[in-house]
Write a protein that binds this ligand. Structure first.
Ligand SMILES: Nc1ncnc2c1ncn2[C@@H]1O[C@H](COP(=O)(O)OP(=O)(O)OP(=O)(O)O)[C@@H](O)[C@H]1O
Ligand SMILES: [Mg+2]
Length: 275
Protein backbone atom coordinates (compact mmCIF):
# COMPACT_ATOMS: atom_id res chain seq x y z
CA UNK A 1 0.00 0.00 0.00
CA UNK A 2 2.82 2.40 0.95
CA UNK A 3 4.58 1.49 -2.31
CA UNK A 4 1.44 2.37 -4.28
CA UNK A 5 1.08 5.69 -2.42
CA UNK A 6 4.74 6.51 -3.14
CA UNK A 7 4.33 5.79 -6.85
CA UNK A 8 1.09 7.77 -7.09
CA UNK A 9 2.64 10.74 -5.26
CA UNK A 10 5.73 10.54 -7.46
CA UNK A 11 3.70 10.72 -10.68
CA UNK A 12 1.64 13.64 -9.34
CA UNK A 13 4.88 15.46 -8.52
CA UNK A 14 6.25 14.72 -11.99
CA UNK A 15 3.16 16.31 -13.55
CA UNK A 16 3.41 19.29 -11.17
CA UNK A 17 7.11 19.61 -11.97
CA UNK A 18 6.40 19.68 -15.69
CA UNK A 19 3.87 22.49 -15.17
CA UNK A 20 6.34 24.47 -13.03
CA UNK A 21 9.06 24.07 -15.64
CA UNK A 22 6.86 25.36 -18.43
CA UNK A 23 6.57 28.82 -16.79
CA UNK A 24 9.05 31.00 -18.75
CA UNK A 25 9.91 34.45 -17.45
CA UNK A 26 13.21 35.43 -19.09
CA UNK A 27 14.68 35.65 -22.58
CA UNK A 28 18.35 35.20 -23.31
CA UNK A 29 20.02 36.36 -26.54
CA UNK A 30 23.62 36.00 -27.65
CA UNK A 31 24.76 39.10 -29.58
CA UNK A 32 27.97 40.36 -31.12
CA UNK A 33 29.27 43.61 -29.65
CA UNK A 34 32.24 44.99 -31.63
CA UNK A 35 33.51 41.45 -32.29
CA UNK A 36 32.97 40.25 -28.70
CA UNK A 37 30.06 37.98 -27.88
CA UNK A 38 27.72 39.11 -25.14
CA UNK A 39 24.66 37.57 -23.54
CA UNK A 40 21.62 39.79 -23.10
CA UNK A 41 19.21 38.50 -20.49
CA UNK A 42 15.90 40.19 -19.81
CA UNK A 43 12.79 39.39 -17.85
CA UNK A 44 9.50 39.14 -19.72
CA UNK A 45 6.61 41.51 -19.09
CA UNK A 46 4.71 38.99 -16.93
CA UNK A 47 7.81 37.94 -14.89
CA UNK A 48 6.99 39.99 -11.74
CA UNK A 49 3.53 38.39 -11.63
CA UNK A 50 4.89 34.84 -12.06
CA UNK A 51 7.58 35.42 -9.44
CA UNK A 52 5.04 36.90 -7.03
CA UNK A 53 2.73 33.89 -7.58
CA UNK A 54 5.65 31.46 -7.24
CA UNK A 55 6.69 32.83 -3.83
CA UNK A 56 3.99 31.11 -1.71
CA UNK A 57 4.28 27.97 -3.87
CA UNK A 58 8.00 27.45 -3.25
CA UNK A 59 7.35 28.04 0.46
CA UNK A 60 4.51 25.47 0.57
CA UNK A 61 6.75 23.01 -1.25
CA UNK A 62 9.47 23.69 1.34
CA UNK A 63 12.06 24.05 -1.42
CA UNK A 64 14.53 26.18 0.56
CA UNK A 65 14.91 28.55 -2.41
CA UNK A 66 13.27 31.68 -3.76
CA UNK A 67 13.30 33.43 -7.12
CA UNK A 68 14.76 36.89 -6.85
CA UNK A 69 12.83 39.99 -7.90
CA UNK A 70 14.50 42.15 -10.60
CA UNK A 71 16.64 44.47 -8.46
CA UNK A 72 17.88 41.73 -6.11
CA UNK A 73 18.60 39.52 -9.15
CA UNK A 74 20.69 42.24 -10.84
CA UNK A 75 22.50 42.83 -7.58
CA UNK A 76 23.28 39.16 -7.08
CA UNK A 77 24.53 38.69 -10.66
CA UNK A 78 26.87 41.66 -10.13
CA UNK A 79 28.23 40.36 -6.83
CA UNK A 80 28.66 36.76 -8.01
CA UNK A 81 30.30 37.77 -11.32
CA UNK A 82 32.69 39.99 -9.42
CA UNK A 83 33.66 37.22 -6.94
CA UNK A 84 33.87 34.47 -9.55
CA UNK A 85 35.34 36.13 -12.58
CA UNK A 86 36.28 39.66 -11.51
CA UNK A 87 33.94 41.06 -14.17
CA UNK A 88 31.51 43.92 -13.69
CA UNK A 89 28.07 43.55 -15.22
CA UNK A 90 26.07 46.30 -16.89
CA UNK A 91 22.32 46.70 -17.05
CA UNK A 92 21.14 48.69 -20.05
CA UNK A 93 17.95 50.68 -20.50
CA UNK A 94 14.94 48.39 -20.20
CA UNK A 95 16.70 46.45 -17.44
CA UNK A 96 18.52 44.00 -19.68
CA UNK A 97 21.54 42.37 -18.09
CA UNK A 98 24.55 42.32 -20.42
CA UNK A 99 26.76 39.39 -19.48
CA UNK A 100 30.11 38.17 -20.83
CA UNK A 101 29.75 35.17 -23.14
CA UNK A 102 31.09 31.96 -21.58
CA UNK A 103 32.72 29.66 -24.11
CA UNK A 104 31.77 25.99 -24.29
CA UNK A 105 28.55 24.03 -24.15
CA UNK A 106 26.20 23.51 -21.30
CA UNK A 107 26.78 20.24 -19.45
CA UNK A 108 23.19 19.27 -20.35
CA UNK A 109 23.87 19.70 -24.08
CA UNK A 110 27.12 17.73 -23.85
CA UNK A 111 25.53 14.84 -21.95
CA UNK A 112 22.67 14.69 -24.46
CA UNK A 113 25.13 14.17 -27.34
CA UNK A 114 24.96 10.44 -28.21
CA UNK A 115 28.33 10.69 -30.03
CA UNK A 116 30.19 11.91 -26.95
CA UNK A 117 32.84 9.44 -25.78
CA UNK A 118 32.48 8.06 -22.26
CA UNK A 119 35.81 9.55 -21.14
CA UNK A 120 34.74 13.01 -22.40
CA UNK A 121 31.35 12.69 -20.68
CA UNK A 122 33.13 11.94 -17.42
CA UNK A 123 35.54 14.87 -17.85
CA UNK A 124 32.63 17.22 -18.53
CA UNK A 125 30.86 16.13 -15.32
CA UNK A 126 34.11 16.33 -13.32
CA UNK A 127 34.77 19.89 -14.51
CA UNK A 128 31.23 20.94 -13.51
CA UNK A 129 31.62 19.41 -10.04
CA UNK A 130 35.05 21.02 -9.54
CA UNK A 131 33.63 24.41 -10.53
CA UNK A 132 30.70 23.90 -8.13
CA UNK A 133 33.06 22.98 -5.27
CA UNK A 134 35.16 26.08 -6.00
CA UNK A 135 32.02 28.20 -6.02
CA UNK A 136 31.09 26.71 -2.63
CA UNK A 137 34.59 27.34 -1.30
CA UNK A 138 33.96 31.07 -1.86
CA UNK A 139 31.06 30.82 0.61
CA UNK A 140 28.49 30.97 -2.21
CA UNK A 141 25.82 28.48 -3.25
CA UNK A 142 23.93 28.46 -6.54
CA UNK A 143 20.26 27.63 -5.81
CA UNK A 144 19.55 26.02 -9.21
CA UNK A 145 22.68 23.98 -9.90
CA UNK A 146 21.32 21.92 -12.78
CA UNK A 147 23.31 20.73 -15.80
CA UNK A 148 21.58 23.40 -17.95
CA UNK A 149 23.19 26.15 -15.85
CA UNK A 150 26.87 25.30 -16.28
CA UNK A 151 28.99 25.63 -19.41
CA UNK A 152 31.89 23.30 -19.85
CA UNK A 153 34.78 24.21 -22.13
CA UNK A 154 36.50 20.93 -22.87
CA UNK A 155 39.29 22.63 -24.82
CA UNK A 156 40.49 24.74 -21.91
CA UNK A 157 39.29 22.29 -19.22
CA UNK A 158 37.15 24.75 -17.26
CA UNK A 159 33.49 25.02 -16.35
CA UNK A 160 31.54 28.13 -15.40
CA UNK A 161 28.25 28.33 -13.53
CA UNK A 162 25.70 30.96 -14.57
CA UNK A 163 21.96 31.82 -14.16
CA UNK A 164 21.69 33.28 -10.67
CA UNK A 165 17.97 34.01 -10.52
CA UNK A 166 17.21 31.50 -7.76
CA UNK A 167 18.78 31.82 -4.33
CA UNK A 168 18.82 29.57 -1.27
CA UNK A 169 16.85 30.81 1.74
CA UNK A 170 19.07 32.52 4.27
CA UNK A 171 17.42 30.36 6.98
CA UNK A 172 19.12 27.20 5.61
CA UNK A 173 22.56 26.20 6.83
CA UNK A 174 25.54 26.27 4.50
CA UNK A 175 25.89 22.45 4.45
CA UNK A 176 22.21 22.10 3.49
CA UNK A 177 22.63 24.62 0.67
CA UNK A 178 25.70 22.86 -0.66
CA UNK A 179 23.92 19.50 -0.51
CA UNK A 180 20.97 21.00 -2.39
CA UNK A 181 23.29 22.17 -5.19
CA UNK A 182 24.96 18.74 -5.41
CA UNK A 183 21.51 17.09 -5.47
CA UNK A 184 20.38 19.26 -8.40
CA UNK A 185 23.58 18.59 -10.35
CA UNK A 186 23.48 14.87 -9.64
CA UNK A 187 19.81 14.47 -10.60
CA UNK A 188 20.20 16.49 -13.82
CA UNK A 189 23.25 14.39 -14.83
CA UNK A 190 21.50 11.10 -14.02
CA UNK A 191 18.57 12.26 -16.16
CA UNK A 192 20.96 12.27 -19.15
CA UNK A 193 22.72 9.01 -18.31
CA UNK A 194 21.91 5.50 -19.54
CA UNK A 195 20.54 3.25 -16.72
CA UNK A 196 23.63 0.99 -16.86
CA UNK A 197 25.90 4.00 -16.13
CA UNK A 198 23.75 5.48 -13.35
CA UNK A 199 25.84 4.12 -10.45
CA UNK A 200 29.10 5.28 -12.01
CA UNK A 201 27.68 8.79 -12.51
CA UNK A 202 26.47 9.05 -8.91
CA UNK A 203 29.83 7.88 -7.52
CA UNK A 204 31.83 10.11 -9.86
CA UNK A 205 29.99 13.24 -8.71
CA UNK A 206 30.28 12.39 -5.02
CA UNK A 207 33.92 11.28 -5.30
CA UNK A 208 34.90 14.53 -7.02
CA UNK A 209 32.90 16.72 -4.62
CA UNK A 210 34.35 14.83 -1.63
CA UNK A 211 32.24 15.86 1.32
CA UNK A 212 30.59 13.04 3.25
CA UNK A 213 28.52 15.45 5.37
CA UNK A 214 27.02 16.82 2.17
CA UNK A 215 26.42 13.27 0.88
CA UNK A 216 24.54 12.48 4.11
CA UNK A 217 22.24 15.51 3.72
CA UNK A 218 21.79 14.84 0.04
CA UNK A 219 20.77 11.23 0.73
CA UNK A 220 17.78 12.46 2.77
CA UNK A 221 16.21 13.72 -0.47
CA UNK A 222 16.20 10.24 -1.95
CA UNK A 223 15.42 8.23 1.21
CA UNK A 224 11.67 8.55 0.66
CA UNK A 225 9.54 9.74 -2.24
CA UNK A 226 6.95 11.21 0.13
CA UNK A 227 8.57 14.61 0.53
CA UNK A 228 7.14 18.07 -0.05
CA UNK A 229 9.94 19.48 -2.27
CA UNK A 230 9.70 16.54 -4.71
CA UNK A 231 7.62 18.54 -7.23
CA UNK A 232 10.27 21.26 -7.36
CA UNK A 233 13.09 18.71 -7.55
CA UNK A 234 11.39 16.90 -10.44
CA UNK A 235 10.88 20.27 -12.17
CA UNK A 236 14.67 20.66 -12.09
CA UNK A 237 15.24 17.09 -13.33
CA UNK A 238 12.33 14.84 -14.30
CA UNK A 239 13.85 11.55 -13.09
CA UNK A 240 12.00 8.28 -13.52
CA UNK A 241 10.70 6.54 -10.38
CA UNK A 242 13.27 3.75 -10.94
CA UNK A 243 16.19 6.19 -11.20
CA UNK A 244 15.00 8.05 -8.09
CA UNK A 245 14.87 4.77 -6.15
CA UNK A 246 18.22 3.61 -7.50
CA UNK A 247 19.94 6.86 -6.46
CA UNK A 248 18.45 6.43 -2.96
CA UNK A 249 19.75 2.86 -2.76
CA UNK A 250 23.26 3.82 -3.92
CA UNK A 251 23.45 6.70 -1.46
CA UNK A 252 22.36 4.60 1.51
CA UNK A 253 24.93 1.92 0.57
CA UNK A 254 27.59 4.59 0.30
CA UNK A 255 26.74 5.95 3.75
CA UNK A 256 26.90 2.49 5.33
CA UNK A 257 30.39 2.12 3.84
CA UNK A 258 31.59 5.45 5.23
CA UNK A 259 31.18 5.93 9.01
CA UNK A 260 29.92 9.35 10.23
CA UNK A 261 32.61 11.98 10.87
CA UNK A 262 33.33 12.76 14.52
CA UNK A 263 32.28 16.19 15.75
CA UNK A 264 35.91 17.36 16.02
CA UNK A 265 36.90 16.23 12.55
CA UNK A 266 37.36 19.25 10.25
CA UNK A 267 34.70 19.82 7.61
CA UNK A 268 35.84 19.07 4.07
CA UNK A 269 34.99 22.62 2.90
CA UNK A 270 35.82 25.85 4.69
CA UNK A 271 32.94 27.76 6.28
CA UNK A 272 33.18 31.23 4.81
CA UNK A 273 30.65 33.97 5.37
CA UNK A 274 27.49 33.32 3.41
CA UNK A 275 26.00 35.53 0.68
N1 LIG B 1 26.98 33.86 -19.95
C1 LIG B 1 26.60 32.97 -20.87
N2 LIG B 1 27.47 32.53 -21.79
C2 LIG B 1 27.10 31.64 -22.74
N3 LIG B 1 25.86 31.16 -22.87
C3 LIG B 1 24.93 31.58 -21.98
C4 LIG B 1 25.24 32.49 -20.93
N4 LIG B 1 24.13 32.74 -20.21
C5 LIG B 1 23.16 32.00 -20.78
N5 LIG B 1 23.62 31.30 -21.85
C6 LIG B 1 22.85 30.41 -22.73
O1 LIG B 1 21.48 30.78 -22.67
C7 LIG B 1 20.68 29.70 -22.14
C8 LIG B 1 19.64 30.22 -21.16
O2 LIG B 1 20.28 30.99 -20.15
P1 LIG B 1 19.87 30.99 -18.61
O3 LIG B 1 20.06 29.65 -18.01
O4 LIG B 1 20.62 32.13 -17.99
O5 LIG B 1 18.35 31.36 -18.68
P2 LIG B 1 17.05 30.60 -18.14
O6 LIG B 1 16.33 31.59 -17.32
O7 LIG B 1 17.35 29.31 -17.50
O8 LIG B 1 16.31 30.42 -19.48
P3 LIG B 1 15.68 29.11 -20.05
O9 LIG B 1 14.54 28.84 -19.14
O10 LIG B 1 15.31 29.53 -21.46
O11 LIG B 1 16.75 28.04 -20.02
C9 LIG B 1 21.68 28.76 -21.48
O12 LIG B 1 21.26 27.43 -21.56
C10 LIG B 1 22.95 28.97 -22.27
O13 LIG B 1 22.96 28.12 -23.42
MG1 LIG C 1 18.92 28.41 -16.76
Amino acid sequence: MKELAQRAYFFLCLAGGRALRSGRYTTTRIVSDGGDLRVRKRRLFHAPFLIWMGGPLVRVLNTGVRILPQVEWEDRVRRVSQSLRGTSIQTDAGRTLVLPYLAGETLATSLEDPQLETSVRKSAMELAVIALAEFHDLGLTHGDAIAENVVVDLETGVAHWFDFETVHDSSRGIEWRRADDVRALLASCVLRTAPEDLAETVHLILDVYQDEDVTRLLAENFASGLRRPLTFHLAQAALSFQSFREIGRLLSERLVDSPPMTSFAPSARPSLPME
